[in-house]
Design a protein around this ligand. Structure first.
Ligand SMILES: Nc1nc2c(ncn2[C@@H]2O[C@H](COP(=O)(O)OP(=O)(O)OP(=O)(O)O)[C@@H](O)[C@H]2O)c(=O)[nH]1
Ligand SMILES: [Mg+2]
Length: 349
């Protein structure tokens, strides 16, 4: 499992100097060493990448230099991230009507990479306190970017005060929007609410699940094939989870789990007609239609994430001496898969 096999999703920050790109990365990752500027003087002088978490990266942010600065060609950063799933976050401050350069840059990037997902983040909500004025500013900015993109873009409004934090609602809206545009990045950054002991236990292993889902999503493997072989990514994930819950995971146990989930094994150990494929194909309509490597990767990511989430519930039940119910597990799987759903695109004609 080498680094190169992993699809670390890349989030590319695009916005004028002082828009709040670095501040946004800081609130999303909690990385305090990210340098935030002071007013409009350009602060980030070279494109920098921030891997999160640093030891076992699940998301990579490209914090660009201010566009329009001499010698900066965004194409270089884009080429460097080729082969990764990626999305653009356009950061625009509500009190800054001068967006022309960034609008042009977005149009240019999308003309070369039309499939890139874009999320529009309006910062400075606290700087425009009047709700009517704020909404006028938002819709004027949004109209320009959407015209340039030639499509509707998801938008979020947020406050990034220097010595404060966005509200909980703003953070939730932000991470929800990220899950929509780039599920593997959004899920890695979203804190899951934990309502019971099982959910709290899952929080401790969530990064492990995301890590293996990222590995699986980066390969071209058919979803979950690896569950029935001792070398598959998903089986390795199950074993790791088992160590955490104090339940030794054998191939037999993995198969029991799979059959509870309704995953059947076909010829040669391949799984056929499984819940994952049926649900996945339904939830990710792009699969099998426009299905490029990225789309298949997103499905594999989602299916592996959902499998890990469900395995955690199964192992937790075993660890406390409960009988895991089939209905419970299937419900957990469906919900996790829905939570990891990528953007829905209409099939190409
Ligand atoms: N009050 C408030 N200040 C903000 C907001 N967004 C950005 N700022 C301030 O604007 C300044 C610039 O923020 P940065 O995050 O460094 O902006 P940047 O986009 O990374 O800028 P460059 O690195 O120069 O391209 C900082 O002082 C921020 O605190 C906001 O929503 N509210
Ligand atoms: Mg910056």
């Amino acid at each position: 499992m080498q680094e190169v096999d992993r699809d670390i999703p890349v989030v590319w920050m695009l916005g004028r100097t002082g828009a709040g790109k670095s501040s946004l990365i800081r609130v999303l990752t909690g990385l305090s060493e990210i340098v935030v500027g002071n007013g409009y003087a350009s602060c980030t002088r070279t494109s920098r990448k921030f891997d999160f978490p640093q030891d076992q990266p699940l998301v990579r942010f490209l914090d660009t230099r201010g566009l329009g600065e001499a010698g900066y060609d965004p194409e270089e950063d884009l080429v460097a991230s080729e082969g990764h799933s990626r999305a653009i976050i356009v950061v625009a401050r509500l009190d800054d009507p001068v967006q022309g350069e960034i609008v042009d840059a977005l149009q240019d990037v999308l003309s070369r990479h039309p499939k890139m997902e874009v999320l529009l983040v309006h910062t400075g909500a606290d700087l425009v306190p009047d709700p009517a004025a704020r909404d006028r500013a938002r819709s004027a900015t949004a109209a320009r970017y959407m015209k340039a993109a030639g499509r509707a873009l998801p938008e979020v409004v947020i406050s990034l005060p220097r010595d404060g934090a966005p509200t909980a609602e703003q953070m939730e809206a932000l991470t929800d929007a990220l899950v929509e545009v780039l599920p593997n990045a959004g899920l890695a950054l979203r804190e899951e609410a934990a309502s019971d002991a099982e959910a709290r236990a899952f929080r401790d292993v969530r990064r492990t699940v995301l890590f293996y889902a990222g590995i699986a999503g980066g390969s071209d493997a058919v979803p979950i094939v690896g569950l029935f072989s001792s070398t598959g990514v998903q089986f390795t994930m199950l074993k790791k989870l088992g160590e955490h819950y104090g339940v030794p995971v054998t191939l037999t146990l993995a198969r029991n789990f799979a059959s509870l989930l309704g995953i059947g094994i076909g010829i040669g150990g391949r799984f056929l007609g499984s819940v994952a494929v049926r649900q996945g194909a339904k939830l990710l309509p792009v699969y099998g239609q426009t299905a490029g490597a990225v789309a298949a990767g997103a499905l594999t990511f989602g299916a592996t994430y959902a499998l890990g989430r469900t395995a955690a519930r199964y192992l937790h039940a075993l660890s406390v001496g409960e009988e895991p119910s089939k209905e419970d597990l299937q419900k957990t799987f469906r919900e996790a898969l829905k939570g990891a759903r990528g953007p829905e695109r209409s099939p190409s004609p």
